[in-house]
Structures are given as C-alpha cells and as structure tokens.
Design a binder for this molecule. Sequence first.
Ligand code: SF4
Ligand code: SF4
Length: 168
Amino acid sequence: MAILKNIAAIAKGMSITFLEMFQPTTVENYPKGSGPLKGAQFQERFRGVHVLQRDENGLEKCVACFLCAAACPSNCIYIEAAENTAEKRVSGAERYAKVYNIDYNRCIFCGYCVEACPTDAITHGHGFEIASYNTSTLIYRKEQMLVPMPEGAHFPLKVDPAAESDSH
Ligand code: SF4
Ligand code: SF4
C-alpha cells in the first residue's frame, strides 16, 4: 500500500513538471530590457542599494542620529555628523550627516538600518548591480545614495538669519 502511495505521489509531482513544459516561457530580458533596471523585475519589497531621502523642500531627511549605525549588525555604516548653521542648512534638524558611507563588502541587506531610522531617511532602493573586483568601489558615499534635489529647490539651502531669529 505504501508503495502505491509513493508511486501516486511521484506521478502527481511529475505531472506538474510535464504540464509546465507546455506553458509559455517567461523570461526577463535583462540586461537588454527597457527602463532603469534594464528589464529586471523586482518585488516592491526587494532590498537593494540604499537610498538617502530628502523632504519635499530638498532638505536631507537624515539628522545624523546614528541609530542606523547602532542597529547595523555588520557595522558597515560610517557617519560623520555636522551642525546646520543659519547660513547653510542641509537637514531639518540640528545636525546632518556630513559623511554617510555604507560598506557593501559587509552589508547583508537585512534592513535593520531602515527599520531603525526615525525620519525615514534611509530606505532600500532596487539597485543591484554592485558586484565588483575592486572592493574599494563597494564603499558607497552619501553622494551616490542621495536622491536628486527636487525641482525648484537649491542646495545648500540658505536661511535668512533675521527670519530665523524672528521665529524664536
Ligand atoms: S541593511 Fe543591514 S547590514 Fe546593511 S547597512 Fe543596513 S543594517 Fe547594516
Ligand atoms: S539615516 Fe536615519 S537613523 Fe541613520 S543617522 Fe540618518 S536619521 Fe539617523
């Protein structure tokens, strides 16, 4: 009886394989496809190269709180913080990340940094073509990950000191 059950199970499994032979073949035409990902398709939740976000005014969302670096199990985030000044405002809080590097030699794309960020400054993009024979090129700098400035915004944002002191 057990043998018959096993044979039936194998036949059922093989029938699925057999039917698949007559289904149309679906391939992604990578790397000759259209779009920025050259035809590659990803689920929205795919964790690719990180993206550093700006707010609608062009200010960087990162406020250099170091929570992402603290949460990172691979210790691959390096941040140097700097103070915003009246003349040069880069983020919406007191500090901004003057340097923000991620070492993709060590990143395991776990997403803990994204979860830890209180300002949604760091997210996962869909970038995936980062393989390299030169490991130094796998250290990504802030400038490589920062989203472009929205149209109409200027960098660095100049703040009128008089207007700032009026607001206090
Ligand atoms: S995805 Fe994980 S390993 Fe990569 S930088 Fe973020 S916390 Fe670190
Ligand atoms: S990316 Fe987020 S968690 Fe990391 S330093 Fe910037 S604000 Fe803090």
